[in-house]
Design a binder for this molecule. Structure first.
Ligand code: ZN
Length: 118
């Protein structure tokens, strides 16, 4: 009668576990949040999702590349973008190296800066 016991245990385990809808990893059936991908499994808890990423990183990088601070302006931060524009322009005005360096920094900042909320 060992097989029956084994099956019962297996069934019991299956009842306690389920697959995450988002990453397909096995999580506890009563889990409200997936420990693997961090998604909320309980729909009630998903009422306040993170703000959608409205901007495209490639577009931000391109804008920043063409116009220093352009990425910031594109992401709805004209003041920051304008400051970066001046900053990079001053860098270019005096020496080429700091200009390129600041330009690259501005692109990186445009991409990583305040991703969650402004
Ligand atoms: Zn998951």
């Amino acid at each position: 009668m060992r097989t029956t016991t084994k099956r019962q245990v297996k069934k019991e385990i299956q009842n306690k576990l389920k697959r995450c809808n988002f990453c397909s990893e096995i999580v506890l059936a009563e889990a409200k949040k997936c420990k693997h991908c961090g998604e909320f499994l309980d729909p009630k808890l998903r009422t306040s999702p993170l703000p959608e990423q409205k901007w495209n990183p490639v577009t931000v990088a391109l804008f920043s590349l063409l116009v220093p601070g352009g990425g910031h302006i594109y992401r709805g931060k004209p003041v920051k973008g304008f400051l970066w524009l001046i900053f990079v322009a001053v860098g270019y005005r005096f020496y080429l190296f700091p200009g390129i360096f600041l330009h690259l920094i501005s692109i990186i900042f445009a991409l990583i800066g305040n991703q969650t909320k402004e």
